[in-house]
Ligand binder design. Structure first.
Ligand code: GLA
Length: 334
């Protein structure tokens, strides 16, 4: 029986580097995604890609996903290693998510592959399996935001995610708002090692003062190391901004939402130190354009994209104009 799976990429509206600290974030699944067409077949996984000449060709038992070639096949291998499918598969993957832009192209691939290979379980379980697959494939201790947004997206809604409980509250995107994603032109060079370091610093802070949620900011004085204190201040204040952003979105208050995005960018730049000159200049340029409420870097930082919240038509000639899309799904084809 032939089947088709589809998983969206995501853009994070606000709340970066909070997911692995049990914090809050508000991403949305987008109408760019990865589709797989194929069927169960034999005892190997053979997936061609419309974006890459070399296919992913794997046995059912994968030992070292991170060493798989070509590199895109590492994410397929990560899923195979986690899922341990009983049957092989032959198919083709096609993606509209730009790679290296911070729009979770790897999460879209993982989630789409897991569904194609017969994953059964809840959307949360799907996201957690794909997070483990991503960690295996990339060696980066990523959080679960990208996979959760891809698995659990909803049309016309953003997801207010509480990572302590893995709870999702759906918040409608105000109909007058337009979400535009603009690339800085820099791919995310340092992202891997820097991500690991930031996560370790955040965990060092938590070990001293406890969870960085609902914590009195005065408590951060107990952290001696200046860099660790700064990272903690970003996470703490970012959680507050996410909660206020969700409220502003619910009230259709796009001015406030935009200001919170700008503050989020400043905190990622000054306290978390994951911005670049190109991202800062892009945020500056976009926020001084008429009809743009706010803009910020989105995702891990160190290059990649800026997300802007604007009035319809404010940025007619640039970037991806995305809509909030439904989460991943799979269907058998007649
Ligand atoms: C990457 C990770 C996510 C999240 C963001 C930063 O996209 O995969 O888990 O930590 O960075 O918010």
């Amino acid at each position: 029986m032939r089947m088709r799976s589809h998983a969206p990429g995501r853009v994070n509206l606000i709340g970066d580097h909070t997911d692995y600290a049990g914090g809050l974030a508000m991403p949305m699944a987008i109408d760019l995604g990865t589709t797989i067409l194929g069927e169960a077949h034999g005892d190997r996984i053979v997936l061609r890609s419309k974006q890459d000449d070399e296919p992913a060709a794997l046995p059912l038992v994968v030992e070292r996903a991170e060493a798989t070639e070509p590199p895109w096949a590492r994410y397929v291998a990560g899923v195979v290693a986690e899922l341990a499918p009983e049957r092989g598969f032959i198919g083709v993957a096609d993606s509209t998510v730009p790679v290296g832009a911070g729009l979770a192209s790897s999460a879209a691939l993982e989630v789409s592959v897991a569904l194609a290979l017969g994953f059964t379980g809840s959307a949360r379980e799907l996201a957690l399996l794909c997070q483990r697959a991503e960690q295996r494939a990339s060696g980066v201790p990523c959080g679960v935001m990208d996979q959760l947004a891809s698995a659990c997206g909803r049309a016309d809604h953003a997801l207010l995610i509480d990572f302590a409980a893995l709870d999702i509250d759906y918040v409608a995107v105000p109909p007058s708002a337009e979400i535009v994603i603009v690339h800085s032109g820099e791919s995310r060079e340092l992202a891997e090692s820097a991500y690991e370091e930031r996560r370790a610093q955040t965990e060092a802070a938590t070990a001293i003062v406890g969870p960085l949620r609902d914590l009195d900011i005065e408590q951060l004085r107990r952290i001696d190391d200046a860099a660790v204190r700064q990272r903690a201040r970003h996470v703490l204040t970012e959680n507050e901004r996410v909660a206020r952003f969700a409220l502003a979105f619910r009230n259709g208050d796009l001015d406030t939402a935009g200001q919170l995005m700008v503050q989020s960018h400043q905190s990622l730049r000054d306290d978390f130190e994951v911005s670049t000159d190109a991202l800062d200049e892009l945020v500056e340029r976009l926020t001084s354009t008429d009809g743009v409420y706010g803009a910020r870097l989105t995702g891990a930082g160190f290059g990649g994209c800026v997300v802007a919240l604007c009035e319809r038509g404010a940025l007619p000639d640039e970037g991806w104009h995305v809509k909030a899309a439904a989460g991943a799904h799979v269907a058998e084809l007649a």
